[in-house]
Design a protein around this ligand. Structure first.
Ligand code: NMX
Ligand code: MLT
Length: 434
């Protein structure tokens, strides 16, 4: 038996009761009002979702089940001798709403190892794409191909009762999380290492095994991967990837389809693809300025040129955050500890000193501070993972942890199909522009 699943099962009934009682008693309370402008502005600031695993505060940043990034770095179990939290522990926290001990984390690690086998046809589907296909194209194709293994799809055909949906969704979510690193590493090795693939090592933890399959067996890189996979995991429910996964999952499309939809969103340059765009932009800047560490004035010039050309400065700004992203700070601290003199780190730090003031001066950018993507590429480049088109795949593997924990809860709580209303400008004008 899956002890983790039994533990999760024990949480469902009390939580359902809590939600039902709350809605019965307070369901008619107003949560707020919204304006016509907000509807035109991507529903910014309208709270329209229940998403239990994490909550984003504009000033403080993300809290995973109430814990901030520094708190989870302190409280989650670590690899012996390591300093960074193990993402297995973060997933346990998100799913169970309780901090795991070392034993629980080991159980999660072993559970995923048992589920990690990727069927050969998935590799064939990936191999059928041209080698130059963007890694996110390959990733989405691979995830969709994995869907042949869906327990939910099978159970639905066999007529499963609504109240049991969560069970095969749990199976699919756990299998998907367990298999993603192999799929991602396969894409990396086929695209950038002549298809010289590396077998998984089941003795390693989730992050170290992923790093190993990518071909990076440096204990410091293992630690980076533990940090990376933990901090990218979840960012409340309204970001494009999490929201797409929730939305598609609400039609009872299985977790593979829902996750593939989310990854299609993550592949957009305003969302997860920004991590590759940052490095591309920085390398272009270096090329244009003739190598070496550009001065603050040179950087400022380059930033202004980017804006004049009608482009965004990648890695800066956020739809919700109004301060420097604590995920940026966690990565900066990692760099300060492990590579304070790395030229690329010095450049990223200098960009951080220059950009906010310029964005602020535009008078329209609501958050001039850096987000998670402004830093992640530098750390990867330092250890030799320089193929930046691959970076969003790493983000995607991590994002499975939060969104799959959340999707299991969606079905455990019996959430309905998501279907907000829409209207037209003419209808609004008839009503308001009298
Ligand atoms: N560079 C240039 N212009 C910007 C930037 C930026 N970094 N951020 C916002 N703006 C502009 C924005 O394009 C908009 O212009 P306009 O009125 O001409 O359409 C104006 O400032 C107001 O936008 P905001 O309300 O500040 O931002 P919004 O909530 O619409 O968008 C982002 C948020 C994150 C999409 C936006 O800040 C951006 O495009 N940043 C660069 C891309 C990026 O780093 N994305 C990664 C986000 C994190 N992630 O991993 O998903
Ligand atoms: C995320 O991690 O999803 C990004 O910061 C984007 C967001 O929260 O909107």
């Amino acid at each position: 038996t899956d002890k983790l699943k039994e533990h999760f099962r024990s949480k469902i009934e009390p939580y359902n009761k809590k939600v039902k009682d709350f809605v019965a008693q307070y369901g008619d309370q107003k949560m707020g009002e919204y304006t016509i402008a907000q509807v035109y502005q991507g529903m910014r600031g309208i709270t329209g979702l229940i998403y239990e695993t994490s909550k984003l505060d504009p000033e403080e940043g993300i809290r995973f089940r109430g814990y901030s990034i520094p708190e989870i770095q302190e409280k989650l179990p670590k690899y012996p001798g390591g300093k960074q939290p193990l993402p297995e522990g973060l997933f346990y926290l998100l799913l169970m709403d309780e901090l795991p001990d070392d034993d629980a984390v080991r159980r999660m690690s072993n559970n995923w190892v048992r589920r990690a086998q990727v069927p050969p046809h998935v590799f064939k589907v990936i191999d059928s794409l041209p080698q130059h296909a963007h890694p996110m194209t390959q990733f989405i194709a691979g995830i969709t191909a994995l869907r042949t293994e869906s327990e939910f799809q099978k159970a639905y055909r066999q007529g499963i009762s609504k109240k049991d949906y969560w069970d095969p969704v749990y199976e699919d979510a756990m299998n998907l999380i367990a298999r993603l690193p192999r799929v991602a590493a396969y894409i990396y090795r086929r695209t950038y290492r002549n298809g010289d693939h590396i077998e998984p090592d089941p003795r390693l933890d989730y992050s170290a095994n992923f790093a190993h399959m990518l071909g990076f067996d440096n204990p410091e890189f293992y630690e980076l991967m533990r940090l990376y996979l933990t901090i990218h995991a979840d960012h409340e429910g309204g970001n494009v990837s999490a929201h797409a996964i929730r939305l598609v999952g609400s039609a009872l499309s299985d977790p593979y389809l829902a996750f593939a939809a989310g990854m299609a969103g993550l592949a957009g340059p305003l969302h997860g693809l920004a991590n590759q765009e940052v490095i591309r932009w920085v390398l272009d800047m270096k090329k244009e300025l003739g190598g070496g560490l550009p001065s603050k004035e040179e950087i400022a010039e380059y930033v202004k040129k980017t804006l004049t050309e009608g482009k965004v400065v990648p890695g800066f700004g956020h739809a919700v955050l109004r301060k420097t992203d604590p995920r940026y700070m966690a990565q900066r601290e990692f760099a300060l500890e492990h590579m304070p003199h790395d030229p690329m780190f010095l450049l990223i730090s200098r960009i951080y000193e220059v950009v906010p003031e310029i964005l602020e001066a535009t008078g329209k950018v609501k958050n001039p501070w850096p987000n998670v993507d402004a830093h992640s590429g530098q750390l990867l480049m330092y250890y030799g993972l320089v193929e930046y088109d691959f970076y969003t795949v790493l983000f995607g593997v991590s994002r499975a942890l939060g969104t799959m924990a959340s999707l299991i809860w969606d079905r455990a709580l019996g959430f309905p199909i998501e279907r907000p209303g829409s209207t037209t400008t003419d209808i609004l004008m008839q009503k308001y522009a009298k």
